[in-house]
Design a protein around this ligand. Structure first.
Ligand code: ZN
Length: 135
């Protein structure tokens, strides 16, 4: 796994619990203590601006909101994967996650397709959440 050559997400104190959960192959969301809004990692609630929050487990289920297929090599690490999709999945809980759909050809991608989280251990320290069609 040490030869992983793509850019990795930046882990910060604010998003560390999200990435720790991915490492356990769990998807987690931040829940605002004041209004209950569920979100991806962010220090401030976008609904009520509260800074008080906790973490809850997400279902890992969602739907393809949109996607694009990348044909151009923008980073050498992706050269062997062209063409690949970059997708947005709307989780059943509401937040939209930038990810890739795996286990499905790019030609078979559809808006509204039911998907579930799968986890790719890309390095010793980092696990990325991806999604596959629900069988
Ligand atoms: Zn809030």
């Amino acid at each position: 796994m040490s030869e992983y050559s793509k850019p990795l997400p930046e882990v910060t104190p604010d998003n560390q619990p999200f990435w720790d959960a991915c490492k356990r192959h769990e998807l987690s969301l931040q829940r605002c203590h004041d209004c209950g809004h569920l979100r991806l990692p962010s220090p401030i609630c976008p609904q009520c601006l509260s800074m008080e929050s906790g973490w809850v487990a997400a279902s890992g289920r969602g739907k393809v909101f949109t996607w694009t297929v990348i044909h151009q090599r923008y980073h050498p690490g992706f050269a062997g994967e062209l063409p690949y999709n970059v997708s947005i999945v709307e989780l059943d809980e509401g937040p939209r996650l930038l990810t890739n759909i795996v286990g499905c050809s790019n030609e078979d991608l559809r808006i509204g397709m039911d998907v579930e989280a799968v986890f790719e251990d890309v390095t010793e320290e980092m696990t990325l959440p991806k999604f596959r069609p629900v069988p």
